[in-house]
Design a protein around this ligand. Structure first.
Ligand code: NYM
Ligand code: MG
Length: 209
């Protein structure tokens, strides 16, 4: 495989607020990697609304069913664990995995709603650790200008502000801050630069507390 020194694929995570442009840019990076490399990439959104647990999350977000806050947190986490084997197999084959949101959303949203930090982190411990987290930082004004809040639960301005605050505390040394106020082509360029500069350890790591 031509994918780096270890031959394994990279685990790339996009994080950020609603309407920061991460889904658009995750798709653009997917197309770029598939057009320019032999190894290719897959796109894995979280929540994955096609999975059994993801279907329940989807119904929760659409206000069709209710969850207690802790049960909801574990559902988001279980939705990721459901995909762990696929992520590991894909990385092992040398193919990159791009996640549109990941455990950082899980932790930040639940902490913003008042759940305890160590409790919320526990359910994601051991999941594959991303090689890079692209954090899309967008000002509330720009996010607003991209269209009003949607119909789904959790799309509330005050909650979003608290989530953004919690995200600050999750930054690690593998995080790259992307200025998501910029136009789409500028953001795409910054994402590609970050992709070209990923430093992979021999083995994929695991999330810790
Ligand atoms: N969300 C997403 C969580 O609350 N916890 C999680 O673990 C994840 C992955 O789901 N408002 C929230 C953030 C969003 C909502 O996500 C739906 P999206 O990216 O809009 O489909
Ligand atoms: Mg959304």
């Amino acid at each position: 495989s031509e994918n780096g020194t270890s031959g394994r694929g990279a685990l790339i995570v996009f994080e950020g607020m609603d309407r920061s442009g991460k889904s658009t840019q995750a798709r653009r990076l997917l197309n770029h990697i598939n057009a320019t490399t032999k190894h290719g990439a897959i796109l894995q959104p979280f929540p994955d609304r096609n999975e059994p647990i993801g279907q329940l999350i989807d119904r929760y977000l659409k206000r069709e069913i209710d969850f207690s806050e802790k049960a909801l947190h574990l559902a988001f986490s279980a939705n990721r664990w459901q995909k762990e084997p696929l992520i590991l197999e894909t990385i092992d084959k040398g193919v990159d995995v791009i996640c549109d949101r990941y455990a950082f959303s899980g932790v930040a949203y639940s902490m913003a709603k008042g759940l305890d930090r160590s409790w919320v982190r526990q359910s994601d411990v051991g999941l594959p650790r991303p090689d890079i987290v692209l954090y899309f930082e967008v000002s509330p004004e720009v996010a607003k200008s991209r269209g009003g809040f949607g119909e789904e639960r959790l799309e509330k301005e005050e909650l979003q502000r608290n989530v953004a605050k919690e995200m600050q505390g999750l930054r690690g040394e593998n995080w790259i801050i992307i200025n998501a106020n910029n136009d789409e082509d500028t953001v795409e360029r910054d994402v590609r630069i970050a992709y070209e500069n990923i430093i992979k350890t021999k083995e994929l790591g695991k999330l810790t507390e």
